[in-house]
Ligand binder design. Structure first.
Ligand code: FES
Ligand code: FES
Length: 155
């Protein structure tokens, strides 16, 4: 089957019920997306499917055929970080970093849908688990993000 990943068609040779996470990591080498719980609980494996944050550890790859898959590697060009990535650095969000690609994908999806989220909307959207406890920093970065016109800031 062929998947559209980060704007490019990619052929994969796998069973249709293989979780998308393992296709991304093991077949396509896109290891920025992490495995945490395998139960759609922690958010470490969050990618975008047609722009919507999706936990791909329980998603059969066949369900992603014909949809636009974006991983952390495709969030922004390497030489031009996404505004959220710059805010993550500014607020020193990442600690060990393990959960952060999933955090960023969840945050990017939130802002695409709701550019100026309230604190309550941030809390509702950001349910990813972080063993390092970066939650206050994630929230601070998103509180700053909502003050920006993200359309005018380099994405
Ligand atoms: S690894 Fe997918 S939600 Fe935890
Ligand atoms: S930064 Fe370590 S798990 Fe979140």
């Amino acid at each position: 089957m062929t998947l559209e990943v980060n704007g490019r068609p990619m052929a994969v040779d796998t069973e249709g019920d293989t979780p998308l996470l393992w296709v991304l990591r093991d077949e396509l080498g896109l290891t920025g997306t992490k495995y945490g719980c395998g139960l759609a609980l922690c958010g470490a494996c969050t990618v975008h499917l047609d722009g919507v944050a999706t936990r791909c550890c329980v998603l059969p790859v066949e369900a992603a055929v014909g949809r636009k898959i974006t991983t952390i590697e495709g969030l922004a060009p390497k030489d031009k970080p996404h505004t959220l990535q710059m805010l993550w650095i500014k607020h020193q969000v990442p600690q060990c970093g393990y959960c952060q690609s999933g955090m960023l994908m969840a945050a990017a999806s939130l802002l695409a849908e709701t550019p100026k989220p309230t604190d309550e909307q941030i809390d509702a959207a950001m349910t990813n688990i972080c063993r390092c406890g970066t939650y206050p920093r994630v929230k601070a970065a998103l509180q700053e993000a909502r003050t920006l016109d993200l359309k005018k800031v380099p994405a």
